[in-house]
Structures are given as structure tokens and as C-alpha cells.
Write a protein that binds this ligand. Structure first.
Ligand code: SF4
Length: 226
């Protein structure tokens, strides 16, 4: 069992998520495969970067099990976001199955959702399938539209994709899959608290996130690299 560190925030002040519970997991969980790592990740700038560094240095947050206990205490049906920064448990590209099982257990009866950049090898895909089957919405994060097609073709989990910063209209992938733009990125009247699309485990529509944050030019370059 790998013990990561997690900040559990009961009521987020993030304008995009709205006032829902969110977590921030120590940086060693981030996939080596993620092209946004030190290259346009929105979490590497602003106040979130400061919090994330403290969590990674174990100067803020809780040990993994204590954070799971906080999540387990959330009222039934609570919409919450796992990882405003960080990835699924496990070092780098791997998913730690024991820790993942604990996370899925803590979410029972709630509407947790998260995103992963970990590569979908057989072991990781099995962990994601299990999480989805038990109601924890793991969204597979694609780096560009062609990658979104690849991940959607796996048919194991909902898919999201980073788009160039100026994308504001629905678009399609090279294979014709529709991309809906995250409504919170184009309207001040929508937050995750009122939308909840990312928490739908059976969602077929791919959600696109226009690159944002201090490094949006680099993230845009990643989205356009295909
Ligand atoms: S699609 Fe909805 S739930 Fe997902 S990030 Fe955007 S606002 Fe939040």
C-alpha cells in the first residue's frame, strides 16, 4: 500500500467547481505519460499550485486513510470532485489497486468523479472498470482529439479532452465523435455543482476543456500537437 497525502476541502471556493467537496492529492501520483506535466498543467500555477506543493511536501492535508474517512462521511448522494490536482493513487503511471479500492469504497452512495492521465494498460483499465462499476466516475483524460478517439474506443469509461484555449464551440474528433464544451468554461452561470456531467459513469459524450490557467499556451500546444 502506498500512502499518498491528500487535502480534503469540504466546501471548495473554486469558481468553476462551485461549493462542492474537492480533494488535492500529492504530486507523485501524476502519470509520467501526462504531456501537461511541467508543460501547461493548470494546477502548476496560481493558488492551487501553492496548496498542491504543500500537500506534496506533507505540510498540508491528511494521510490517505484519514482523507478516505472524511470522504466516507459525506452525506449520501453528495457530488464531489477527487483531485483538483494529482491523479489516481499509485506512483506515476501505475494505479495502486488496494488504495483505489479504498477510494471506491469511501465513495459508496456518493457521486464522486475524477480524471486520470494514467495510461490504460490492462491493469489500469481493470481498476477503472471496477471503479466505474461501483459508481465512482473516473474520466479518461485525452491530450488531443485523436487520443480522445483512442480512449473512447476502449469503451470502458467516459472521456474528456483538452482543447485549444480559444475553443468555444462543440466540435468532433477525427472519427466523428462529438465533443461538448464544459459549460462552466463558457458560462458564469454553470459550475460543477449545478452541472454534474463528469459524475455520470455511463456518459458517452466526450467533454472538451479549453486550456486554461497560467500555462494555457503550452496546454494549447499539447492539444494541437496531433
Ligand atoms: S462538464 Fe460539468 S461537471 Fe464536468 S467539469 Fe464541466 S461543469 Fe464540471
Amino acid at each position: 500500500m502506498i500512502f499518498h497525502h491528500i487535502q480534503f476541502t469540504r466546501t471548495s471556493r473554486n469558481a468553476k467547481t462551485g461549493p462542492i467537496p474537492v480533494t488535492t492529492t500529492s504530486e507523485e501520483t501524476c502519470a509520467h505519460a501526462c504531456p501537461l506535466k511541467a508543460n501547461g498543467c493548470y494546477a502548476e500555477g496560481g493558488p492551487l499550485a501553492i496548496l498542491w506543493r504543500k500537500v506534496t511536501e506533507r505540510k498540508a492535508g491528511l494521510a490517505w486513510d484519514a482523507a478516505m474517512a472524511e470522504i466516507a462521511k459525506l452525506p449520501k448522494g453528495t457530488l464531489w470532485r477527487h483531485n483538483q490536482a494529482g491523479d489516481l493513487p499509485g506512483m506515476g503511471d501505475a494505479i495502486d489497486r488496494e488504495a483505489m479500492a479504498g477510494l471506491v469504497r469511501a465513495n459508496r452512495g456518493k457521486r464522486g468523479y475524477t480524471y486520470t492521465h494514467k495510461p490504460m494498460d490492462a491493469d489500469n483499465a481493470a481498476a477503472v472498470v471496477d471503479a466505474i462499476g461501483q459508481g465512482f466516475a473516473v474520466n479518461l483524460s485525452a491530450n488531443d482529439l485523436a487520443h480522445a478517439d483512442e480512449l473512447a474506443a476502449l469503451n470502458i469509461a467516459p472521456v474528456v479532452v483538452v482543447l485549444p484555449a480559444d475553443a468555444t464551440r462543440a466540435t468532433v474528433t477525427p472519427q466523428g465523435r462529438k465533443i461538448a464544451i464544459c459549460p462552466a468554461t463558457i458560462s458564469d452561470n454553470v459550475t460543477c455543482a449545478t452541472c454534474g456531467l463528469c459524475a455520470l459513469t455511463g456518459r458517452k459524450a466526450i467533454i472538451g476543456f479549453p486550456a486554461h490557467g497560467a500555462s494555457k499556451r503550452k496546454a494549447t500546444a499539447v492539444a494541437m500537437a496531433a
